[in-house]
Design a protein around this ligand. Structure first.
Ligand SMILES: [Zn+2]
Length: 303
């Protein structure tokens, strides 16, 4: 197989032998006699090796492979390159690093595109267990947005629970005469004649927490994925490549997060949990009955 000159240097350098065995490599290049042509590769190695300039030889772990006008190759660290070749090295280093980043990003994106089914399969598995994400997202909005038709008193109670991050349902009861007297004698000024006692817990309340908004699925996975699958990688600018490379790195987290939210949705929307909502507004059963009706008619949740 014939390789283009540039491609040949795209191979990853794994150890010092990879460097020493390069064609035209010299470990004692005289920087006063040679003119720098380009930077062709870079390395980060676990063991130290000597700088390839004849007047230096400092041991280092990270550096670049450079080529001179006469076709010789050697290795130099970032600082040596700058000290001995000046601005020309800095420009070549910058160009190389940009090109290197672009190449890595392109490889990452191409590899992702050919493996994207794995991600979609995870989503399908989640939806098969917990329902369509878009549908569950609508339910999330229903329980958090006044405009979506949730009975107002119930919505207010839920909002308060979410705000306090406390899933306990309280009931207000009157203090006994003895309790009230005890409060008074203990020095409480104008004590209340009522107290709140816990009578239950709404499970899966985290489903409604702001940081668990299922919007994240469309915004950080589904929409970018659709866009990505239709992208022509070769037409992307460096900054677009950077952006996509970063986005891909976040897909896993988004899918896992979506999965966690869907687990909470199942707990929250469980029939027995929804029935507990009746206790939230004990004086107004019509709101509860209305809630059950909407859940059935609009969301196909039967209680
Ligand atoms: Zn050096």
């Amino acid at each position: 197989m014939t390789m283009l000159v540039n491609e040949k240097y795209h191979v990853k350098i794994n150890d010092w032998q990879d460097i020493f065995t390069m064609n035209n490599y010299t470990d004692s290049l005289d920087p006063t006699k040679e003119k720098l042509k380009r930077v062709i590769n870079k390395y980060t190695l676990p063991t130290k090796g000597k700088c390839g300039l004849s007047n230096c030889g400092t041991a280092h772990n990270n550096g670049y492979i450079v080529e001179t006008d006469t076709g010789k190759l050697t290795n130099v660290g970032h600082i040596c390159g700058k000290n001995h070749f000046g601005v020309s090295f800095q420009t070549l280093e910058k160009n190389f690093n940009r090109e290197y980043r672009d190449r890595q990003a392109k490889e990452k994106i191409a590899s992702f595109k050919s493996n994207s089914n794995q991600y979609l399969e995870k989503v399908i598995a989640t939806e098969n267990t917990y329902g369509k994400i878009s549908h569950i997202h609508k339910l999330q909005q229903f329980f958090t947005h006044a405009s979506k038709g949730c009975p107002s008193s119930i919505l207010e109670m839920i909002k308060l629970m979410v705000k306090n991050r406390n899933p306990t349902i309280y009931k207000t009861i009157k203090l006994s005469k003895k309790e009230y007297e005890t409060l008074k004698t203990s020095g409480v000024k104008a004590p209340s004649r009522y107290k709140e006692i816990p009578i239950g817990t709404i499970d899966g309340l985290a489903f409604l927490y702001n940081e668990n908004n299922l919007r994240v699925y469309a915004e950080d996975f589904k929409n970018p994925l659709d866009e990505l699958l239709n992208l022509n990688i070769s037409s992307l600018s460096s900054s677009q490549l950077d952006r996509w490379s970063k986005k891909i790195g976040e897909f896993d987290r988004t899918i896992n997060q979506t999965h966690e939210i869907m687990i909470d949705s199942k707990i929250f929307l469980d029939r027995r949990n929804i029935l507990k909502f009746r206790k939230l507004i004990p004086d107004d059963d019509t709101q509860f009955i209305y809630l059950i009706k909407i859940l059935k008619d609009q969301f196909d949740i039967k209680n």
